[in-house]
Design a protein around this ligand. Structure first.
Ligand code: SF4
Length: 404
């Protein structure tokens, strides 16, 4: 339900979404437009003001994103004090609006429904101590979640495995300090139940289950099937299906029949860190597996009725590897049986000083691609793509945007 009205001489919008059990209030506050959005249990989610979007992660941190005129998008993780101040500002707005609603001082096109009152009250019951306790509870349930594909930012993450079974890729630091481990069924069930309890009413804003961490699908079938069954037992409504990464290509290979069985258990799409179709570049990146392994894996998944999300690393290997990267990536993608259920992601390489990639690139005297050259590389790959049936979705993937 959307309530439009006038509040203290300014326009106000109050959105109460029944299915998602979410509350959003948008109006002028302290001289600026402020939008404040909350989950059903009162947990703050997003604030927007003065051209900056503040997105609260479940661990209590907050990512601020803004785009100065004519420049690329900027981002900064706020300090905890800064994040709590933003939350407090949203609460002050909510308190003022709700007091006026109760006292009949809001002129609007409709009444706040009973659910709206509940959502206001829950959001107002949130405070600094609750925010800190919620973040601590999150950290007791999860190890830090390194990354998700962009279309999975709203998924419920369940860490069936921890870490990455390879951990060799020089451009990836997500799981360096985390030995790979498959959770036994009892531990996983406990985790899945704890996540459900932690999300509370916020679960209605979530879509799909994402099996973490980096390559949950590397788990052998006889251990994976019981974990998938636990997912459907703890989340019987399925919440939009199950998703996971598969990265690096060694160990037990799954057959189309295996994927058909996993599809029957709810698996919808698997995200594959292909990075490149150029074998020398994969070797330089210390990425396990060869381009043909990726192709065979995609063929097996598609034959089993599971969609894929293929991730290509733009800018990897700088100018030296660029021609081979473009040509062989086009060839590999064109050999895949991709269709409208699939996604191709282009993810621009982000290099930080602590990455082995930075050291290897310097030793090899590689010249990095500028952002504009990365955009040109992506355009060159896109221009070479040919699809047999309907096109997959093609999209950007910026790892710096990720917030869970
Ligand atoms: S296989 Fe994936 S998660 Fe593991 S180190 Fe490589 S890029 Fe990172």
């Amino acid at each position: 339900m959307l309530i439009l009205g006038t509040w203290r001489e300014h326009e106000i919008k109050i959105s109460v979404r029944e299915r998602e059990r979410s509350l959003t209030v948008s109006t002028t506050w302290e001289g600026h437009l402020l939008t404040a959005a909350y989950e059903g249990g009162g947990r703050p989610r997003t604030f927007i003001t003065q051209g900056t979007v503040y997105r609260r992660a479940l661990d209590g941190r907050m990512l601020a994103k803004w785009r100065p005129r004519g420049q690329l998008r900027q981002r900064r993780w706020l300090s905890q004090d800064e994040a709590l101040q933003i939350e407090a500002r949203g609460r002050a707005l909510l308190q003022a609006v709700y007091t006026d609603i109760q006292q009949g001082r809001l002129q609007a096109n409709g009444e706040l429904p009973p659910l709206g009152h509940t959502l206001f009250q829950r959001a107002l019951a949130w405070n600094e101590a609750k925010s800190r306790a919620d973040a601590a509870r999150y950290r007791a349930i999860y190890l830090p979640i390194g990354i998700l594909p962009p279309d999975q930012y709203s998924a419920i993450v369940l860490q069936a495995t921890l870490g990455c079974s390879f951990n060799t890729c020089t451009f990836c630091t997500f799981y360096r300090d985390r030995p790979f481990r498959i959770k036994p069924p009892d531990e996983f069930r406990q985790h899945a139940e704890a996540v459900k309890d932690f999300l509370g009413e916020g679960i209605y804003l979530r879509q799909g289950i994402f099996l973490g961490d980096a390559n949950a699908l590397v788990v052998p079938m006889k251990r994976l099937v019981p974990l998938m069954e636990i997912v459907s037992q703890v989340y019987p409504d399925a919440w939009g299906g199950i998703y996971a990464f598969l990265d690096g290509f060694s160990g037990e290979k799954k057959t189309p029949e295996d994927y058909a069985r996993l599809a029957a258990l709810g698996l919808k799409r698997v995200y594959i860190g292909m990075e490149s179709g150029h074998a020398p570049l994969l070797h330089f990146l210390h990425k396990p597996g060869a381009p043909e392994d990726v192709l065979h894996t995609v063929q097996a998944m598609k034959a089993g009725g599971v969609a894929v999300g293929v991730i290509v690393l733009i800018g990897a290997g700088g100018h030296f590897y660029a021609p081979g990267h473009v040509a062989d990536t086009i060839t590999l993608l064109n050999a895949m049986p991709l269709d409208e259920n699939d996604i191709i992601y282009f993810s621009e390489l982000v290099v930080t000083d602590d990455m082995p990639y930075a050291r290897d690139a310097a030793a090899a005297n590689l010249h990095p691609l500028s952002h504009a050259e990365c955009a040109a590389q992506e355009a060159a790959i896109r221009a070479g793509l040919r699809f047999k049936t309907r096109k997959p979705r093609i999209s950007r993937y910026d790892i710096r945007e990720f917030v869970y």
